[in-house]
Design a protein around this ligand. Sequence first.
Ligand SMILES: NC(=O)c1ccc[n+]([C@@H]2O[C@H](COP(=O)([O-])OP(=O)(O)OC[C@H]3O[C@@H](n4cnc5c(N)ncnc54)[C@H](O)[C@@H]3O)[C@@H](O)[C@H]2O)c1
Length: 262
Amino acid sequence: MKLKNKTAIVTGGAGCIGSAIVDKLAEEGAHIAVFDLDESAMEKQCAALTAKNIHIEPIPVNICDYADVQRAVLSVKERFGKIDILVNNAGVSARKEMRAFADQKLEVVRRVIELNLFGTLHCIHAVLPSMIEAQSGKIVNIASLVGVNGVWGNCDYGAAKAGVILATKTLAIEVARKNININCVSPGKVPRQEDIPEDEEAFARQFTFLSRMCTGRDIAEMTVFLTTEAASYITGQNFIVDGGRSLGLKGDYCGDCRPCKK
Ligand SMILES: NC(=O)c1ccc[n+]([C@@H]2O[C@H](COP(=O)([O-])OP(=O)(O)OC[C@H]3O[C@@H](n4cnc5c(N)ncnc54)[C@H](O)[C@@H]3O)[C@@H](O)[C@H]2O)c1
């Protein structure tokens, strides 16, 4: 166990990738505070892990509301005594409201940036003072391939995730001497439960160069590695975990590219 007695906060910990990160942290012996809006999903998840003797607590919080985040962070300090790890995972694109920027409503753009960029910054801002005081900490931000490459309809989400990647690099410089590491993991396409296709192989062929789809576990492995001592010389980096998708044009990156779908 590489994280025995470490305390970790995972935002969006009840979602697809977040729950895989929570499971992996638990396997490594960490105590976990889950920050999420979805109270019933969190309760279910925490009950299942508590039954396996894992110290995990659900903390309902809206990361877009800084006062709410401060309250939640204080509650973690009271309940767990310290914060060693913060994984900023909560986030989402406009999904069904996605459209070309010229046709997009600015309120949608603002909402997407508020959640993905400000939500992440709120949590870092609230947690940093205690990490600085402890002269120790590991922060991992879940960004996206969409924050590295342009994707149609994702001006807001791409800008927010690119902002997260650059905030990571800037903060890494600012907190390095405090013994705090901060990095990003950028997933490619990770189907959520409701998106899992019938033909997983065809989906994998469409979206990666490997022969299988990406899972939350793939993202969790890299994320949790970055929270361990083995990664203590790594900071300010963005790790793309996409099965090679970004190595070349593939699937919806090239629109109608028949040859690469074979
Ligand atoms: N799934 C993908 O293909 C993919 C690809 C690239 C990046 N990502 C990123 O990975 C992260 C996780 O995505 P996912 O696919 O697991 O999404 P998901 O929708 O399954 O999970 C997101 C979780 O965040 C919570 N959440 C949403 N708004 C919140 C708020 N204001 N305050 C607190 N919690 C909130 C939701 O309740 C949910 O549990 C996100 O940052 C996403 O942008 C996902």
